[in-house]
Design a protein around this ligand. Structure first.
Ligand code: HEC
Ligand SMILES: [Cu+2]
Length: 347
């Protein structure tokens, strides 16, 4: 019976490979920690794995010993010695699990207090405070003290505590950068907080970890960790962004950007409203809308003409006014010119 249906497990097993393939994204793993919070989680994972392995080995060894030793022998119908209510055994199998649980309890609880700074973020002196807002399906990062806003990618200095205070605009999302730390929900009307620290400069993949709508799986973001001096330079550059950038003669595109109403949702520098991601450094982005190939002009044009085709349920509507091909070229040139990390920059 069981054998007959064995084949049914095959698709499941194959599915498992496919699903793990989805997690093959760079850095999107908790098994290669790059910061103290992630390290703590990883160490706890290993500790519980060791304890579980120990318990399993002991249980299975005893189980098989008993199978062999107390097997009913031919002609022996006598009841074996009964152990119900045996005090020594009762104490043994109560005390050992209690000890094991205490070993797990101490690092778990102490780390929870150390890394999740809910309600008392002020007590955790962070070098940088960043307000995070989860939106269907993108992330907003407000550098409150520095006075600017960034979308999709959050820059932090390396080797320093960065305190994130998290909220959501619409539904519950969850902020997760597996290489740097644990997940925390972003909830409308509630402020959660945690701190993260990156040990080395690099790009760390982040993801929304709470089912939040049709494009939940596309709600990616990146943490970009820079050395302190590079980070400071980046902050200064972000503060200096002007909406009308002329670096690559993109004025024509700037006009289209204004004329087609993009500016009513996308802030650039101090200009515009911000119900969509700020585009001040769009030209530095590593992905389009958090997930798509950024270098592909056709994809960018497709996004602008019909965002839903690339991200179902995205809150960016198709443009009200027709955009001609020439206008589109100018618009794309303008968007790409919005960079603060030029090739001449050390970061
Ligand atoms: C009603 C508000 C609204 C208008 C108008 C609007 N957008 Fe958007 N836009 C959004 C939102 C919201 C997102 C984020 C979508 C997501 O990733 O889920 C977005 C995302 C984008 C992105 C991707 C940003 C990134 O960080 O990768 C680009 C580029 C963009 N919009 C360009 C434009 C252009 C060009 C126009 C004008 C033709 C425009 N938008 C008009 C709301 C708007
Ligand atoms: Cu989400």
């Amino acid at each position: 019976m069981f054998r007959k249906h064995m084949w049914r497990f095959l698709p499941m097993t194959l599915l498992l490979f496919v699903l793990t393939g989805c997690l093959g994204k760079e850095n999107l793993t908790a098994l290669d920690p790059k910061g103290p919070a992630a390290k703590w989680i990883y160490d706890n994972m290993i500790l519980s794995l060791v304890i579980m392995t120990f318990v399993s080995v002991v249980v299975f060894v005893i189980f098989f010993m008993i199978l062999v030793k107390f097997r009913r022998k031919d002609g022996d119908d006598a009841l074996p010695k009964q152990v119900h209510g045996n005090m020594a055994m009762e104490i043994t199998w109560t005390v050992i699990p209690v000890i094991l649980l205490i070993i797990l309890f101490i690092p778990t609880v102490s780390g929870t207090f150390k890394f999740h700074v809910n309600a008392v973020p002020e007590e955790h002196e962070g070098s940088v405070y960043i307000d995070v807002t989860g939106h269907q399906y993108w992330w907003q990062f407000d550098y409150v003290g520095e006075g600017f806003t960034a979308g999709q990618e959050v820059y932090i200095p390396v080797g320093e505590k960065v305190v994130f205070e998290l909220n959501a605009e619409d539904v519950i999302h969850s902020f997760w950068v597996p290489a740097l730390g644990g997940k925390i929900d972003t909830i409308p009307g509630v402020t959660n907080a945690l701190w993260l620290q990156a040990e080395k400069p690099g790009v760390y993949q982040g993801k929304c970890a709470e089912l939040c709508g049709p494009s939940h799986a596309l709600m990616d973001f990146k943490v970009i960790a820079l050395e302190r001096d590079e980070y400071d330079a980046w902050v200064a550059d972000m503060q200096g962004v002007e909406a009308e950038q002329t670096a690559v003669n993109a004025e024509a595109g700037y006009d289209v950007f204004q004329d087609k109403g993009c500016i009513s949702c996308h802030a650039v520098g101090g200009e515009g409203l911000g119900t969509g991601p700020a585009l001040s450094n769009f030209g530095d982005r590593k992905t389009l809308a958090g997930v798509h190939d950024i270098d592909d002009d056709e994809k960018l044009a497709a996004w602008i003409r019909d965002p839903q085709s690339l991200k179902q349920g995205a809150k960016m509507p198709p443009p009200e006014k027709e955009i001609s091909n020439d206008e589109m070229d100018a618009l794309i040139e303008y968007l790409r010119s919005l960079q603060v990390r030029g090739a001449d920059k050390p970061y």
